[in-house]
Design a protein around this ligand. Sequence first.
Ligand SMILES: Cc1cc2nc3c(=O)[nH]c(=O)nc-3n(C[C@H](O)[C@H](O)[C@H](O)COP(=O)(O)OP(=O)(O)OC[C@H]3O[C@@H](n4cnc5c(N)ncnc54)[C@H](O)[C@@H]3O)c2cc1C
Length: 590
Amino acid sequence: MIDVHVPVLVVGGGGAGLTASMLLSTYGVEHLVVSAMPTTSVLPKAHVLQQRAMEVLRDVGCAQRVYQAGTPRENMSHTAWYLDVAGSDFAGRLISKMECWDGGGADPAWVAASPCRQANLPQIRLEPLLKQRAEELNPGGVRFGNELVALEQDDSGVVATITDRGTGRQYRVRCEYLIGADGGRTVGTLLGVGMDGLRDVMRTVSIHMSADLSPWLHDPEVLIRWIVHTRYGGAFSVLVPMGPDSWGPDSEEWVVHMNFPPELEEQFDTDEKVLAVMRDRLGIPDFDPKVHMITRWSVEGLLATTTTIGRVFLVGDAAHRHPPTGGLGLNSAIHDVYNLCWKIAHVAQGKAGPALLSTYHPERYPSFARNTQRSIENALNHLAIIDALGVKPDLDAETCHDNVLELWDEGPVGHERRVAVAGVLASQSMEFKEHNVEYGFRAESSAVLTDGTPEPVNEDDVRIYQPGTRPGSPLPHAWVERTGERRALREVAPPTHWMLMAGEDGAAWCAAAVTAGAARGIDLAAFRVGHVGGDWLDPRLAFVRVHEFGRSGAILVRPDRVVAWRSFTPDGDPLARIGAALDRVLTRAG
Ligand SMILES: Cc1cc2nc3c(=O)[nH]c(=O)nc-3n(C[C@H](O)[C@H](O)[C@H](O)COP(=O)(O)OP(=O)(O)OC[C@H]3O[C@@H](n4cnc5c(N)ncnc54)[C@H](O)[C@@H]3O)c2cc1C
């Protein structure tokens, strides 16, 4: 017997599931969220929220709450490496400091890329905000303490068995589509999906605690502190402030991550041992924090063998798991559901053929693979840094200490060492300036019509984001204006809408697009953008400079703000051309 019928069931109330829920509500899709635990995450875990993820949260009316609760700009412009924390005359010495992300607004490339700035808010504080917004948008449709325990599907739908963990009652939900956002715990396993890749590359133990570290820390602009320990060759610790009110050295809460090789597991197998190692690493023997949680996790790089199984779609950690270095886990989870949910909405609402859903996997999978590779490389490069500093597992503490202190030698030895180390340290900007890992994706599937142009050459495919309108690219950002009104280009139309953007002389494209959209029952806004003329003016030529399609060309932009189609010329019948493009992307018979 079926107890609940709903078009979409979302399994998992973490960052992926709650964002999926907010998007589905925004797109007008009835759905239910079930999440196994009674509460949102009790672990701080992810904290970095990139610009595109914030754009998505802005679409669903949640970004402002995240900025308000999150780290102020002035406490997140840099990351830095230090020699120990306390316990010696040299402890706390700054080895190197690096600007990260938008540098607190100082990096013009980042400011130009998005209406949103990067944010930082630990998952433990982020998820309650996401849940609150998801519940506002879908009252009664978000059920925590409800666990999916069984799953079956046929050609017409999916039946999920859910246990209400509060009462023990089981009920069955029938849905047309199921989003597996369960962090990889149940849905994939029930459907026989494996995870391939690297396991147990390194171990980490994380301690979340309330503690006053301000006597030993400096540099309020630094968010993530990398601590090099000369007494633990080959190891480092990471200090991350957790707020909630202060985010500099005087942060009320902290997470300390300590890495160790699997063979040293015995030294970390009880909480008492972990705390003893932490005191020793920090060099503060009487350090007595209020410990909230100690967790042990492995650095791994795993990809689901598939992410689409009939009517079930795996997103977030259910589809890809990799180390936090680069902060790509939660951000990618948000990208995943942004790619998927408008497609589910269009198919469920009869605006697109079901084949549109088969474009989720090919469009996202290359990013999963890339993010995994980037995260692992980011993690391993930290080991290369401490190796370059001369802190090696096979050297005794004294030698390691002497090696690091050479950095401050005023003679030629010091100069040589500083030059040698500088390049390795600078390379870590691949983690902290990875702008093109975020925006450089190219959606390739039948939901994007290529125009035969080659991918532009990029001198640094990790760090340099080159905005453009080649189909498959994210829509470039620009602030545009019309009589007293200023909007981000991506927000000229509501998040439910397609957009046709033409050059100043592209009125025929706009008229055709409005007709073509209406004939297919899709929401579509069409407008011209130009510096001097057009429906929206681009005062800084930010879009005109990069859009490439000239005064009489046009682009068609999907609800997830990915360019689906581009024309440089007004050749042919605009109505026929736009109609054909929409039919192909929406996998409808023309
Ligand atoms: C120390 C650390 C730091 C990190 N830092 C960052 C960072 O800065 N930036 C970043 O982007 N990522 C970071 N990550 C990664 C990030 O935490 C994950 O990628 C993210 O939590 C994935 O979100 P998710 O919603 O896919 O899965 P999860 O957060 O794991 O959520 C899964 C949800 O599903 C629920 N669930 C599980 N099984 C069931 C079931 N059978 N039925 C119903 N519900 C179920 C769970 O209770 C949970 O609510 C970090 C991770 C760690 C460990």
